[in-house]
Design a protein around this ligand. Structure first.
Ligand SMILES: [Zn+2]
Ligand SMILES: [Zn+2]
Length: 348
């Protein structure tokens, strides 16, 4: 077995950079091909697969890159998105068994010294250092619109700590509501934003996530606040009232001067969430499971089975279903949902 020596040119990985991305950049910096560097690594560990494979050789990459031992493991642990799991009594925590790193996304090119890097970090689509948007195949400097950086900081501070990432469903739900609002009432702030960034007026596609990102973060902050959710879903209100409250959140966030109008997406979402809460109550009441299902566990389970991401943020003390829950139905097995990938909601 060969001894692995550090490559002459060392580069630091970016925060949350994936191993494959680092392998690629390290090889480029040393004028090697990715395949050459990987076969060099395989020389010391022939059990490695022929193709560069994520997670197979972090210790060897750390050795050739001159990094501290365990760099990739520490980076991965630091960037896990919190979730509710049985290892912390169904409270949000960063359990290394159940939590997953956020979805892969391209890193800011200036941070990667002009190269293409891929990261999985607990942050949004914006590099706050270089004021650069890098997501959804867009690479745009957003320095002229401070709202973007403010939204990015809010996302990092308030949302990622509650397990909300770019692709966990909550931001998609907020965007869905905003798009529905924009269809009838428009989003006045977008014209100003578009003028600042491109010198022209209203964007051709105001529904694009890039244009509504600051609003989507604000709506998500409100919608996933446990106190707001408990109030919104209180059984004192009819579903029509609940949909009205949800619509008024959008009106406040977009600072609309136009009169309130009904929002079909709000009706659908309210109906969907209430159905999921009823299902959670049904799971608590079940007699067919060997262990009692607590409401906190049932809410996490129903968030998955009913694709209702808001339930992950609801405090179990404040849940009352209206109308009454269905007959008991068994909750899924913990292993089927506690560590499963979050799927975006598909409101019916
Ligand atoms: Zn866990
Ligand atoms: Zn940057």
């Amino acid at each position: 077995m060969q001894t692995l020596r550090e490559l002459p040119i060392r580069i630091r990985p970016l925060e949350g950079e994936t191993e494959i991305s680092y392998l690629h950049r390290l090889a480029n910096a040393n004028a090697l091909s990715e395949a050459n560097l990987w076969s060099h690594l395989r020389g010391t560990d022939p059990s490695l697969p022929f193709k560069p494979t994520a997670g197979k050789a972090p210790y060897l990459l750390e050795a050739v890159g001159g990094l501290e031992d365990g760099w990739f493991l520490r980076s991965r642990t630091r960037n896990l998105l919190p979730r509710r799991c049985p290892h912390a009594n169904w409270k949000f925590n960063t359990c290394t068994v159940c939590c997953r790193p956020p979805a892969e996304q391209p890193a800011c090119r200036r941070c990667a010294h002009g190269g293409d890097a891929v990261v999985q970090h607990r942050a949004g689509p914006i590099c706050t250092k270089h004021r650069q948007w890098r997501y959804n195949e867009l690479d745009v400097n957003i320095a002229a619109v401070p709202e973007y950086v403010r939204a990015e900081l809010a996302l990092r501070k308030h949302l990622t700590t509650r397990g909300i990432g770019l692709e966990t469903g909550e931001l998609q739900l907020a965007s869905h509501l905003l798009r529905d609002w924009a269809k009838d009432a428009g989003l006045p702030s977008l014209t100003e934003r578009r003028t600042a960034l491109t010198g022209t007026g209203t964007p051709e596609d105001p529904a694009d996530f890039f244009w509504i990102f600051p609003e989507a973060v604000r709506v998500t902050e409100v919608l996933t606040d446990p106190l707001f959710l408990a109030y919104l879903l209180d059984d004192r209100w009819t579903r029509a009232h609940q949909a009205e409250y949800l619509t008024s959140v959008i009106a406040i966030v977009v600072d609309s001067q136009s009169p309130a109008h009904s929002l079909p997406a709000a009706d659908t979402i309210i109906h969907h969430v209430n159905e999921a809460i009823r299902a959670a109550h049904g799971m608590v009441g079940t007699r067919r499971t060997s262990r009692a299902c607590t409401m906190r566990r049932a809410l996490v389970a129903a968030a998955r089975t009913h694709r209702a991401c808001l339930l992950r943020h609801l405090d179990s003390k404040n849940v009352r279903p209206n109308p009454p829950p269905p007959r008991s139905s068994p909750a899924p097995r913990t292993r089927d949902f506690a560590a499963a990938e979050h799927l975006p909601d598909l409101p019916r």
